[in-house]
Design a protein around this ligand. Structure first.
Ligand code: COI
Length: 354
């Protein structure tokens, strides 16, 4: 990786001492600094690390009107020695560029992404919480910067990274409802891109489910609403009769989750039977009825593993038993945590020490 020095303007008022690391709420506290890069005349430049704070954009900024915006979510951890470790940063840099291609946005060289991340995390290393269950959530994102109201891909862009110390995303197992009216993503759409608009479109259906008392949705395919695709903002996995089942990502409607990929890799390492196939709503209902559904869980960066304890299918609630200590989902969570906190061997070199 080529290295280059990024000019830094340090904050004169660190928020570190005002931050209560013992009760971190996801996304509430933001670390002191942010990285900024601008894309103009076909090239990325003007790299800088500055205090986190407001920025000026024109009311005619194209992102505000036509939503050309993408993001990533990733995490850094602190091991017992106080070293900062980042999980699968290259995979996030690569996926950002895949999203960028779909949204007509410029490619960001991986070397810029990784070097900016390294220098930002080195500066704000005291913001990485220590202790199981806590981490530094990292939010890289890119958005259009043209001040122009015509509908077209912007000519100018901004890429930024800021970070946030976080605790657990879900403090307890979640309840989900199979969604058969609204759609997260259709074939040919933007479902596999980490595009801001996908999340905006999911808010209304998620709110309806919350009003009914469910934490999240189990999204189904947009055409027939008969196949399970994702859960909330996460990929979803089921264990039925010993086989781990998750939706494949070739349809273009499913996010290529990095946690999803990591869970599948560990499953493969352990000789766990895996099927990447679409589970139908009827198959899910049947497995819930006959007790063959052993485990159901969301997998994503924010939550890592979100255990599902209740599923509503075709108007009926089904309760899932608490996963046993030897359950796949428990084992995979403790293994991922062990790797991330530097407690166990990292067989796939997923961690980078800053
Ligand atoms: C994830 O967990 O992967 C996410 O993208 C969650 C984020 C939208 C808060």
């Amino acid at each position: 990786m080529s290295t280059f020095s990024i000019p830094v303007t340090k904050t004169t008022h660190s928020k570190l001492s005002e931050t209560d690391f013992s009760s971190l709420v996801f996304g509430k506290s933001i670390s002191d600094h942010m990285f900024v890069a601008d894309y103009q005349n076909g090239a990325w430049g003007d790299f800088r690390i500055v205090p986190y704070g407001p920025m000026e954009i024109y009311p005619g900024n194209a992102t505000l009107h036509y939503g050309q915006a993408i993001f990533e979510g990733m995490k850094a951890y602190k091991n017992e020695k106080g070293e900062v470790l980042v999980f699968r940063a290259e995979a996030n840099a690569k996926r950002l560029n895949e999203s960028a291609a779909r949204m007509c946005m410029p490619q960001l060289p991986e070397s810029i992404f990784l070097e900016a991340l390294k220098q930002l995390l080195s500066l704000d290393r005291d913001w990485v919480p220590q202790g199981k269950g806590s981490s530094l959530y990292i939010r890289p994102f890119m958005f259009a910067m043209d001040n122009y109201l015509g509908v077209k891909a912007s000519d100018t862009y901004r890429f930024m990274i800021f970070t946030s110390p976080v605790g657990a995303y879900y403090s307890k197992p979640v309840s989900v409802k199979v969604e058969t009216t609204y759609t997260r993503a259709c074939e040919g759409g933007t479902g596999e891109a980490k595009a801001a608009g996908n999340y905006a479109a999911s808010l209304y259906p998620a709110l309806q489910a919350q009003k009914e008392g469910y934490d999240q949705l189990l999204w189904t395919d947009g055409k027939t609403h008969s196949q399970i695709e994702e859960s909330g903002t996460m990929n979803v996995m089921f264990k039925i009769k010993g086989t781990l089942i998750t939706a494949p990502t070739h349809s273009g409607t499913i996010l290529k989750g990095i946690t999803r990929n990591s869970v599948l890799q560990l499953a493969k390492d352990w000789g766990q039977a895996v099927e990447e196939c679409f589970l139908t709503v009827s198959e899910l209902e049947e497995a819930l009825k006959n007790g063959s559904l052993e485990e159901a869980f969301g997998v994503g960066t924010a939550a890592t593993i979100a255990f599902i304890h209740k599923i509503k299918v075709n108007g009926k609630d089904y309760l899932l038993p608490e996963p046993k200590p030897e359950a796949f989902s428990k084992r995979v969570l403790s293994t991922l945590d062990g790797i991330k906190y530097g407690e166990i061997q990292d067989p796939h070199q997923w961690m980078t020490t800053i």
